[in-house]
Design a protein around this ligand. Structure first.
Ligand code: SF4
Ligand code: SF4
Length: 484
């Protein structure tokens, strides 16, 4: 038998390797095998419950937290506007956003190489909502795994109809509430309130989104369930390349457990510590047997650790037959190590975080692009001046509207904004654009290109300086007559 991750022989004389032929939730004919996971009980499950409370508190409160009039977090994919920790990110910040994503991916790789699927088991929203919310509702309404199995096999009676309807009703209502909060993360809680309280005819798309999200969440938690982790999630499928022999995973200590078998108290025990009670399998929400080695379907939920520890206590053996360990740890008795690969990832991560921090720190609240109007060279203004036409685009990332004034820095001359007296108005968290002439006295133009500095002012406070070029008609013979 080979370890699925390391392809090294594992001396576990467990089942035949037929479990690798298909995922645990599909039978020979390709049909779905429903997982009736037994309710976990134990120290780790209690800690995970507390972690899930913290998660729910955050998930349901973050949309209400505003900083300087902006949500703390907003992920408006449709308008390409994102707010992280109260800072607005526009498409112009794509570079920062891209770098944040790269940093996040490097972090995930590093974290996974060191700690396996700790994220999946402890903080992944899918696992938390499935195991700590919807499954708990299921235990409450239908009972533990044995009752659920019996109910599923039973004919349709009034009681079964009542129990099933109650469960699915609660599931759908919960999915609807989650969908509302999910939408609040996209459009903000204020806009969500407007959609909910406003006339239906004016918010068709918003209400439709709510209906779609509710339907998707309901379908995932009521029917699709663990398949989201074992079939869809790309992170789960990447485990095979991210984990190595030193990664910390939930593992069965085959050295200690094998050969497995029931204990006969009257005979001398020549077997390992595993009494083949299958408690670790019964609690597994993805339906796998952890004794088969590291498997892609294992979400690291620790339910099997608690189950096995309870068994070990009963048979008077030390806990940890199933626990957090590395492949090397089990095979060679080595401690968890900080490997060369992890060191390399750490250096890379440090570098990316430094660049990201610098970019965030020096990021401007008003993002401006000034370009000379294409196809235009220069215009003569009377006998003593030359003008160039420019286009300006402004992204205002602040929470107040700005009448943006333009001034030439360090030289005489003037700026004439087309269609406005003296400013370009840009709404808060909006974008503005316009055109303007820069008019310079001929006496200042000595080269074909003259570098200009244009100061941007918000209520007489300079917020930025933009450098650009001014084209002039200079030749050895003086000014040309061109006014293209
Ligand atoms: S719970 Fe422990 S003792 Fe029981 S089958 Fe699983 S590994 Fe073996
Ligand atoms: S094998 Fe254990 S840790 Fe992995 S998913 Fe199953 S119960 Fe959770």
């Amino acid at each position: 038998m080979l370890n699925q991750v390391t392809d090294t022989p594992i001396s576990t004389p467990v089942n035949t390797a037929s479990f690798r032929d298909r995922i645990a939730t599909v039978d020979v004919s390709g049909k779905r095998k429903w997982v009736f996971a037994k309710k976990p009980k134990g120290r780790l499950y209690s800690i995970r419950t507390v972690v899930s409370w913290a998660f729910f508190a955050l998930f349901f409160s973050l949309p209400f937290i505003y900083v300087n009039g902006r949500p703390l977090f907003l992920f408006n994919v449709t308008q390409a506007r994102f707010i992280l920790f109260g800072k607005v990110f526009w498409p112009q910040d794509f570079f920062i956003f891209g770098l944040t994503m790269v940093t996040f991916i490097v972090f995930v790789i590093l974290f996974t190489a060191a700690f396996g699927r700790l994220f999946c088991g402890w903080v992944c929203p899918q696992t938390i909502f499935m195991e700590m919310f919807f499954r708990k509702i299921e235990y409450l309404v239908e009972g533990d795994a044995a009752q659920q199995k019996a109910l599923a096999a039973a004919p349709w009676t009034a009681r079964k109809l009542l129990v099933k309807t109650t469960k699915h009703l609660v599931f759908f209502l919960s999915a609807f509430v989650i969908a509302n909060f999910f939408l609040a993360y996209i459009i903000g809680v204020k806009d969500l309130y407007t959609i909910i309280t406003g006339p239906v005819s004016e918010h068709i798309s918003g209400l439709l989104s709510l209906a779609v999200f509710s339907g998707v969440f309901y379908a995932v938690y009521a029917f699709f369930r663990e398949q989201a982790c074992t079939v869809v999630c790309p992170y789960g499928r990447l485990q095979g390349v991210l984990l190595d022999r030193n990664s910390m995973i939930v593992a069965y200590n085959y050295k200690r457990g094998e050969p497995r078998g029931k204990i006969n108290r009257k005979e001398e025990n020549t077997k390992g510590d595993c009494i083949d009670c299958a408690q670790c399998v019964r609690v597994c929400p993805t339906g796998i047997d952890i004794r088969n080695g590291t498997q892609m379907e294992c979400i690291g939920c620790t339910a099997c650790i608690d189950a096995c520890n309870a068994v070990m206590k009963k048979i008077d053996r030390p806990p940890g037959l199933v626990g957090y360990a590395s492949e090397n740890g089990i095979q060679n008795g080595e401690r968890l190590q900080y490997t060369g690969r992890m060191k390399l990832y750490t250096v890379l991560l440090g570098l990316l975080l430094t660049i990201l921090g610098f970019m965030l720190f020096t990021r401007k609240e008003i993002d401006t692009t000034i370009m000379r109007t294409p196809g235009m060279l220069f215009q003569e203004r009377g006998a003593d001046s030359i003008s160039n036409l420019y286009n300006i685009k402004v992204a205002n990332k602040t929470t107040h509207s700005i009448p943006l004034q333009l001034r030439l820095e360090g030289m005489s001359g003037s700026i004439e904004i087309i269609g406005s007296t003296n400013a370009i108005d840009v709404k808060d968290q909006g974008q503005g654009s316009g055109s303007f002439f820069v008019v310079l006295p001929k006496g200042l133009i000595h080269d074909r290109k003259t570098q200009l500095k244009i100061g941007l002012y918000d209520n007489n406070k300079r917020v930025d300086i933009i450098k650009t070029n001014f084209l002039g008609p200079v030749s050895d013979a003086g000014f040309s007559r061109n006014t293209k």
